[in-house]
Design a protein around this ligand. Structure first.
Ligand SMILES: [Zn+2]
Length: 150
C-alpha cells in the first residue's frame, strides 16, 4: 500500500465530517466528489475514492461498481445545475501530492471556445487565486448539485 503521507485527498478524507459543502458535493462509502479548489470553471468536480489508491487497476470491486454510477449521476446533476452540453471525464493522478486516483468531471458549455476544448480545458485548472471560483460560489453550486442528486 502506497503511503498516504502528503496526500492531499487523504488529508481531506480524514476530515470528512467537517468538510464544507464544496468538498463534499456527494459521497458514499467508496467515493467523494468535491468542487476543484483551484479552477476558474464553476462546477469543475473531482471524484476520488475514500481510501488511498494510486492506480485505477487497484480499485476494489465495490469502488469499481459504484464508479460508473457516480460519473453518470454527477454528469446529469452538472447538466441540470450548470446547463452544460456535456461533461469531460479525465484521470491522470500523477502530480506530486495528487497521486490519489481522482476523476475530473468537467462541465463543458456549448459555447466553450475551440482553444479550451479537449485537453485545452486544463488551462482552467490551477488558476491564479484571483481567477478561481470563490468558496461561497463553490458552496452554492455544491448545495444546488446536492438538491438535484437527492
Ligand atoms: Zn490518498
Amino acid at each position: 500500500m502506497a503511503s498516504t503521507m502528503g496526500c492531499y485527498t487523504c488529508g481531506r478524507n480524514a476530515r470528512f465530517d467537517s468538510l464544507p459543502p464544496r468538498e463534499r458535493v456527494a459521497a458514499d462509502e467508496h467515493w467523494r466528489a468535491a468542487h476543484a479548489f483551484d479552477t476558474a470553471l464553476p462546477g469543475w468536480l473531482v471524484l476520488a475514492p475514500r481510501r488511498h489508491v494510486t492506480t485505477i487497476a487497484n480499485l476494489s470491486s465495490g469502488e469499481a461498481a459504484a464508479l460508473g454510477g457516480w460519473q453518470v449521476r454527477l454528469s446529469r446533476a452538472l447538466r441540470e445545475v450548470t446547463g452544460c452540453a456535456k461533461t469531460y471525464v479525465v484521470q491522470f493522478a500523477e502530480q506530486p501530492g495528487y497521486a490519489h486516483v481522482h476523476f475530473h468531471l468537467v462541465p463543458v458549455a456549448a459555447e466553450l471556445p475551440p482553444e479550451r476544448r479537449g485537453p485545452g480545458i486544463f488551462a482552467l485548472l490551477g488558476a491564479a487565486p484571483a481567477d478561481r471560483v470563490g468558496e461561497a460560489r463553490m458552496d452554492e453550486l455544491a448545495i444546488s448539485l446536492q438538491d438535484v442528486l437527492r
